[in-house]
Design a protein around this ligand. Structure first.
Ligand code: GLU
Length: 397
């Protein structure tokens, strides 16, 4: 008889976004004409000048270990880009580079959370936050915001959820899965509560480059009034530069926190991929027009999808302000039958839609939003049109 596996690891649930994406990709590979709106992964190719930098890195034999928390060149490029784009002042000793923003969130939690500490998580939340908190032995305290609140929690809600065990808040701005954005006053009020109650704020801003309608982005680290000492900023190249597979994310924090995370990665990952780091330097320091081109394309797609979805009977959505997700409200479909399948949950809806409509979407259950379905519009306009046609036909059936 084999001994039990570790309790914390065994309790981890598979990521629903990754699972749906893998399923859709497999169906496509099997010749099924499925359209994927599952994972938040830009359909654009990585821009040519970034790929050329990676080619050069290989040719120049930059193929060995780098410092555990990233090369100085990349840390400098991160500081410069964050200063220009977000108006925040960091130096390289405050930067930790790791293998994607997801691992960066894990590192931040690792640095902050003792077993039993509470971490406040606004819902709808990105599926991995919940599991990551548990993976470090923390207790997620979910604070829910409804569609009518723009899927955003208030400072009052945050304050009401705080206990003597609360260590941190995770805020994702712009948000995945909602695409909603915390604006300056909302953010200031939340930051004030964090300072008053001595909380850390893990601010995942990986979608900051994807803001729509000309709205400015406000970073939590740029608010002043003492919150900058408590903010652990998470960012990365995946979404803005179409570099998901390169796996480069970074953290910016106080030197005290950065040192702890840096020591941790020196044992857990060794270092991020050297070639990807060279490519990320090119992304952050090179021409930025590619970011704007992709942003504009995402904005057009958002406009189209929101307009079409709100014209259909049975579903609706509010207008996302950033990122590339839209939360489809499917409350009106509960209790109905589509293609002979009863629909009581978003999981059932997504399963039936994939089977009969050949469209992959992610059920809201994994995001703490049971009556919603997340569409990632990081797909081509042609596929978005087809996807909307298929939704319309599916709902009519
Ligand atoms: N962050 C993206 C998403 O939510 C990529 C997949 C994942 O890491 O969950 O779809």
């Amino acid at each position: 008889m084999l001994k039990e596996l570790a309790q914390i690891a065994s309790a981890v649930q598979v990521s629903s976004t990754m699972a749906i994406d893998a399923l859709a990709k497999q169906m496509k590979a099997d010749g099924v004409d499925v359209i994927g709106f599952g994972a938040g992964e830009p359909d654009f190719n990585t821009p040519a000048h970034i790929k050329a930098a990676a080619d050069r890195a290989i040719a120049d034999n930059l193929t060995r270990y780098t410092p555990a928390s990233g090369t100085l060149a990349l840390k400098e490029a991160v500081c410069q880009r964050m200063r220009e784009d977000c108006g925040v002042a960091y130096v390289p000793s405050q930067v930790v580079v790791s293998t994607g923003a997801k691992h960066c969130v894990y590192l931040a939690l690792r640095a902050l959370v003792n077993p039993g500490d509470e971490v406040i998580l606004p819902a709808p939340y990105w599926v991995s936050y919940l599991e990551l908190i548990k993976m470090v032995g923390g207790r997620p305290v979910v604070v829910s915001a409804g569609e009518k609140d723009g899927f955003k929690i208030t400072a009052e809600q945050l304050a009401a959820a705080i206990t003597p065990r609360t260590k941190a808040l995770i805020l994702n701005n712009p948000g995945n899965p909602t695409g909603m954005v915390y604006h300056r006053e909302e953010l200031e009020a939340i930051a004030r509560v964090c300072v008053e109650h001595d909380l850390y704020m893990i601010s995942d801003e990986v979608y900051y480059g994807l803001m729509y309608d000309g709205e400015p982005f406000v970073s939590a680290a740029a608010l002043g009034n003492g919150v900058e000492d408590r903010v652990i900023l998470v960012n990365g190249v995946s979404k803005s530069y179409a570099m998901t597979g390169w796996r480069i994310g970074y953290l910016l924090s106080s030197e005290r926190v950065a040192k702890v995370m840096s020591n941790y990665v020196s044992h857990s990952t060794g270092s991020p991929c050297a070639i990807s780091q060279a490519a990320a330097v090119a992304a952050l320091s090179g021409p930025q027009d590619c970011v704007e081109e992709m942003r504009k394309a995402f904005e057009q797609r958002r406009n189209y999808i929101v307009e079409r979805m709100n014209r259909m009977d049975g579903v609706s959505c509010i207008r996302p302000e950033g990122a590339f997700y839209v939360m489809m409200n499917m409350e009106q479909l509960i209790g109905k039958t589509i293609h002979g399948e009863p629909i009581h949950t978003s999981d059932q809806f997504c399963a039936a839609f994939l089977r009969h409509g050949l469209v992959a979407t992610v059920p809201g259950s994994g995001f703490g939003a049971p009556n919603f379905v997340r569409w990632s519009y990081s797909a081509s306009m042609e596929n978005i049109k087809k996807g909307m046609d298929r939704l319309e036909a599916f709902l009519k059936s």
